[in-house]
Design a protein around this ligand. Structure first.
Ligand code: SF4
Ligand code: SF4
Length: 383
């Protein structure tokens, strides 16, 4: 460390910014570790049960790390916050798709791209100083760190009412990543403005009304949570509101004026290349098998829902956007699918659309799972 003086750090910081931009990061800012300014609202959000069943967020060790990232990396002197943009939503094209997927998930999984880019950046930094001087840890959505808070403290932008970080003149279609390092860079000026003003577009457009005050979201009702993290059945009352979103939801970003006005194709776009998930055919997907699911989405974030979650989401979409052509694949699920949750949901798709009620009398005779039988009886009773 002794060989790096403050003056050197100033020029190193500028060089890191230039290198990061050449790798495709649109924004890069520096700040210090320590308690994030929104830590108290995070704790309130957690205590109110708004993290739904994301138990890992509620563990005392992860809470402590969120409060002070130095618990993960004791020699941390600086947090470098980076934004890597992805393809913005083309709303018109998007709305005609049978299956809607959050735009960030159309391309390859960012977990396989961002760490690699950060390693390249760190190699470049290492070439500029004596390597023994540099200690670091890299993160992207992979550790208990309040990423948006550090980005705001580093001056990148503000946390909008939709709880996304918004960069003025740029929008919110990007991934955040962090490098924690022992180098004591001069911090950038924190972003102190709130450019949401009187706008409430995101709140007014959210289909499940899950946007809360204090720039947080009730995960229990958010389509992103319900279609990705949730491992259980989709709550009945929320199914119609999910419409045909099968992985995530972009609505609160699509309607944000900062995206409408400023979002554009990134100069370097690692997420453009479609890996077969754009324009998915719902009828065809309903018949997807476990092995095919794993193969098809092996490099896609969609793998995170796992087979059962993906199929659950497809069934909710099929129930909401019902067409005659879905009847056979849905019946195939009712008769052959091993997961009871999926057989129940498949029954919901047909009964909810008043289809072939007599068919279910025969299904009740062969169905062996008590929860599925009960669900079919309840649905028939309601209809
Ligand atoms: S992702 Fe969708 S459901 Fe979640 S807050 Fe945004 S608009 Fe609402
Ligand atoms: S839609 Fe409006 S209120 Fe919501 S985050 Fe964007 S600017 Fe803020």
């Amino acid at each position: 460390m002794s060989s790096i003086f403050r003056k050197d750090l100033h020029s190193l910081k500028n060089e890191i910014k230039t290198e990061a931009k050449s790798l495709g990061f649109s924004h890069i800012s520096f700040t210090t570790p320590g308690t994030p300014i929104h830590f108290d609202s995070f704790m309130k959000w957690l205590s109110a049960g708004h993290a739904a069943k994301m138990g890992y967020m509620q563990r005392s060790d992860t809470i402590a790390k969120r409060k002070d990232p130095r618990l993960m990396f004791p020699s941390c002197e600086s947090v470098i916050s980076l934004a890597l943009p992805y393809t913005p939503v083309n709303q018109e094209a998007e709305e005609n798709n049978e299956i809607r997927i959050a735009k960030y998930a159309i391309g390859p999984d960012y977990h396989s791209i961002i760490p690699e880019l950060l390693r390249i950046l760190l190699e470049k930094i290492n070439q500029k100083i004596s390597p023994e001087n540099l200690e670091y840890q890299i993160f992207t959505d992979s550790a208990p760190i309040l990423e948006k808070d550090f980005a705001q403290k580093a001056g990148m932008g503000w946390i909008g009412k939709n709880s996304c970080l918004i960069i003025p003149g740029f929008g919110s279609y990007f991934f955040l990543a962090e490098i924690l390092t022992n180098l004591p860079f001069e911090p950038d000026t924190p972003f102190i403005y709130d450019f949401c003003g009187n706008c409430t577009n995101c709140i007014d457009s959210c289909p499940t009304n899950c946007i809360l005050p204090e720039r947080t979201i009730d995960a229990n009702r958010c389509i992103s949570y319900l279609t990705i993290e949730n491992r259980e059945n989709t709550p009945h009352e929320l199914r119609p509101k999910i419409n045909n979103w099968v992985f995530g939801c972009d609505i609160c970003q699509q309607v944000c004026p900062w995206n409408v006005r400023f979002s554009k194709e990134p100069d370097i776009n690692y997420f453009k290349k479609s890996n077969g998930v754009e324009n998915l055919d719902l009828e065809r997907e309903l018949l997807i098998e476990k092995n095919e699911f794993r193969k098809k989405f092996e490099s896609s974030p969609i793998l995170r829902t796992k087979y059962q979650g993906y199929k659950r989401n497809l069934l909710v979409a099929a129930g909401n956007k019902f067409q005659e052509k879905f009847i056979e694949p849905v019946k195939f699920i009712i008769e052959n699918e091993e997961h009871p949750l999926l057989r129940s949901l498949a029954a919901w798709v047909l009964i909810h659309n008043n289809n072939d009620l007599d068919y279910f009398i025969s299904i009740l005779e062969i169905e062996t799972d008590q929860s599925v039988k009960q669900e079919i009886e309840n649905l028939l009773h309601e209809n």
